[in-house]
Write a protein that binds this ligand. Structure first.
Ligand SMILES: *Cc1c(COP(=O)(O)O)cnc(C)c1O
Length: 392
């Protein structure tokens, strides 16, 4: 395995460094990709169909998912399919990757941030209820770290306000809440298949929903807005070459080469999940009795897919712990800088202090190594390092 030293997932410390996340590729994955490369379709062929059916099965929805070229593309496609535009508001969490918010802005919407719950770091339904207005069209929650959002409560707040619930499930494919899979909990769900996520296509994403019309709009959007189904066309019986563009779109297609990797990875999703749970259990056992540490919560009814292991250190020494881990070869990460702290938002007038729970979550948080091929001996080394740091 060769590591690109410029890759942001790796510490810049020389020598062997434990990353916070990494892909799990086996020879079956290599064979699946090779078969596509030797075949007739490099993009938008049978592997995409197979992957879209596989994602739908995993997400518990009745229509094929719409595969796209990244999790960011999935969010943009979902907002477009929800018909978000100028004058509309999207309420979302600041404790997320930038794209959850920025893709709504690309569609012309205004973003409003609501605070998170202190235990899960997920959007707090009460905070959302206090933030929605008559212009709110979408509430966008994120399954932070892999723990599903409180979708029933958020659906109610969103629907009561005349809005839809979008679930950014970049962290949580394979998880569930009260027996309902992530993918069937919200009006529309987006996934990311970036290498550090729970399942990879190198770059990739998908949009899942039970709403057939929304999916039709999503499918057109990721294909430059083109439709070839005559039922969707204004002019009839022009000829078999004919296509129309009722709405704008972009090229967000996922190639067959990458879909084949994803379809093969999907077969191992449950084993990835079991290993991630075992790693979380080992961290929990190893950090027992250390009151200064706050470990990720697991709410009743939730079956998380632990994409991250977000540790919180409550004595104000997050930066010292982070640097100490990096000096000792542990490539920890911080997820996330509150989105509205970014200069882009600051310049628009968004002010620090708006979501105090998310801000204090950020100020205490460190994501520890969490990926299926992480060895027990490495987990124990991370635990020992942190115990020594905390107990002094
Ligand atoms: C990774 C991620 C995205 C974006 O996915 P990409 O595939 O990197 O474009 C969006 N939202 C969240 C919460 C993510 O973690």
């Amino acid at each position: 395995m060769s590591l690109d030293p410029d890759d942001a997932r790796w510490s810049t410390v020389a020598g062997s460094v434990l990353p916070y996340g990494r892909q799990t590729i086996d020879e079956g994955d290599v064979d699946a990709v090779s078969r596509v490369l030797r075949g007739d379709w490099l993009t938008t062929g049978p592997a995409v169909d197979q992957f879209e059916a596989g994602i739908a099965g995993c997400a518990g929805v009745s229509h094929p998912a719409v595969a796209v070229s990244s999790g960011t593309a999935a969010l943009h496609t979902a907002y477009a399919a929800l018909k978000i535009g100028h004058g509309d508001e999207v309420v979302t969490t600041p404790l997320t990757f930038l794209a959850t918010a920025t893709c709504a802005i690309w569609q012309g919407a205004t973003v409003r941030f609501a605070d998170v719950s202190e235990d899960t770091g997920n959007l707090d339904p009460d905070a959302v209820a206090a933030t929605v207005t008559g212009r709110t069209k979408v509430v966008a929650g994120v399954d932070y770290g892999g723990h599903p959002i409180d979708a029933p409560a958020l659906c109610k707040v969103a629907h009561d306000a005349g809005a839809m619930l979008l679930e950014d499930a970049a962290h949580s494919i394979g998880g569930s809440l009260n027996g309902t899979p992530v993918g069937a909990l919200a009006d529309v769900t987006t996934f990311s298949f970036f290498p550090t996520k729970n399942l990879t296509t190198a770059e990739g994403g998908a949009v899942a929903s039970n709403d057939a019309e929304l999916l039709t709009r999503a499918r057109a959007f990721k294909g430059i807005g083109m439709v070839r189904d005559s039922r969707l066309m204004r002019s009839k019986d022009v000829g078999a070459w004919y296509y129309e563009m009722p709405e704008l779109g972009l090229n967000y297609r996922l190639p067959d080469v990458l879909a084949a990797l994803g379809a093969n990875q999907l077969k191992r999703l449950q084993s990835f999940k079991a290993r991630r749970q075992a790693i979380a259990d080992r961290y929990h056992a190893g950090f027992g009795g250390l009151d200064v540490l706050r470990l990720p919560t697991h709410r009743q009814g939730a079956d998380p897919m632990w994409h991250l292991f977000p540790l919180r250190i409550q004595d104000g020494r997050r930066r010292q712990l982070f640097e100490y881990l990096r000096e000792n070869g542990v490539g920890a990460q911080v997820n996330y800088v509150p989105v509205y702290w970014q200069p882009y938002f600051a310049d628009l007038g968004y002010r620090r202090g708006m979501c105090p729970v998310a801000e204090s979550y950020y100020e205490q948080e460190i994501s520890l190594p969490m990926f299926p091929s992480l060895a027990d001996s490495d987990i124990d080394r991370v635990i020992d390092l942190i115990r020594i740091f905390v107990e002094g």
